[in-house]
Design a protein around this ligand. Structure first.
Ligand code: AMP
Ligand code: MN
Ligand code: MN
Ligand code: MN
Length: 274
């Protein structure tokens, strides 16, 4: 059976609740899944409180996706098997999420100046239960207003890295993220290396103590997958992968189970839990 180690819920910028993600994953016949919301483990804590984690019939790896500070590149680091009850982790996440709040206000202000008079309330309504407010929520609000037809169009015009309405994240270095993941007993995996946009930088990040590489990713074609597979083997890294599922109609994959990895890769990561 297949697995998927990268997905977002309503606790960050995904459109399915954790319960619905788990149900959809079971329906798609997945063996292992990892919930990897941006800067939060609240989705997994929610499942735990509902008695749905650990789950019956599917193995859930507790995960997270961090954004590292970098002037020109998107460097995202996934944490797997992290201790979702760690107070050290929670304290840091509170700071990061708080900073996302300030950043969100600043981006809304920039949009005003650019002639898009969006209100914070409109964005927050779309963000629902997510406390981890992201560019995705802002983009959806602009689509809802009819300024753009897709979220992708908003990113292309306004919200891309260093774009006209962009504001940078809380300053977290790759080293800090790797150390925090390690401290909570987890494994760090460099997400979607192609989207970093510079393979020399990818190798530099790998050398900061990363445990694995997200070799399998929807935007990686055969050639790119092979390239990162070789890079992972060269550095003795775990091979990982996932769909980066958000349940957004205009973003591939639209359904869980459309992009998967072989179980053996997920099994390897799952079995390294403390
Ligand atoms: P943030 O964490 O606030 O910087 O927002 C980043 C999120 O925006 C990513 O996790 C993606 O889900 C989404 N995103 C980034 N670029 C695009 C794009 N070109 N089209 C659609 N969504 C995007
Ligand atoms: Mn996202
Ligand atoms: Mn990412
Ligand atoms: Mn992601």
């Amino acid at each position: 059976m297949p697995s998927d180690l990268h997905m977002h819920t309503t606790f960050s910028d995904g459109r399915l609740s954790p319960e619905n993600i788990v149900a959809a994953a079971k329906k798609a016949g997945l063996s292992y899944i990892a919930i990897t919301d941006h800067d939060t483990v609240d989705g997994i804590l929610h499942l735990y409180e509902e008695g749905l984690y650990p789950a019956k019939g599917i193995k859930i790896i507790p995960g997270i996706e961090f954004s590292a500070h970098d002037i020109g590149h998107e460097i995202h680091i996934l944490g797997y098997n992290i201790d979702i009850f760690s107070s050290a982790l929670q304290e840091k996440l509170d700071e990061v999420v708080e900073a996302r709040w300030t950043r969100f206000s600043q981006m809304v202000e920039k949009l005003h100046d650019l002639g898009y008079p969006l209100t914070e309330a409109e964005v927050l309504k779309l963000a629902g239960e997510s406390k981890s407010i992201s560019r995705s929520h802002i983009a959806r609000a602009l689509v809802a207003r009819g300024y753009f037809s897709t979220v992708g169009d908003v990113f292309h015009a306004l919200l891309y890295k260093n774009g006209p309405a962009y504001v940078s994240h809380y300053r977290l270095s790759v080293e800090e993220i790797v150390a925090l993941i390690k401290k909570t007993g987890g494994l760090s995996v460099l997400a979607h290396p192609m989207l970093v946009g510079n393979d020399a930088l990818v190798e530099k990040v790998i050398c900061s103590g990363i445990d694995g590489l997200e070799v399998f990713y929807p935007q990686h074609d055969k050639e790119v997958t092979l390239k990162y597979q070789e890079m992972a083997q060269k550095h003795n890294l775990l091979l990982s992968g996932g769909s980066d599922y958000h349940a957004i109609a205009t973003r591939y994959p639209q359904n869980l189970g459309e992009f998967t990895i072989e179980d053996r890769f997920a099994q390897e990561i799952y079995s390294r839990a403390k």
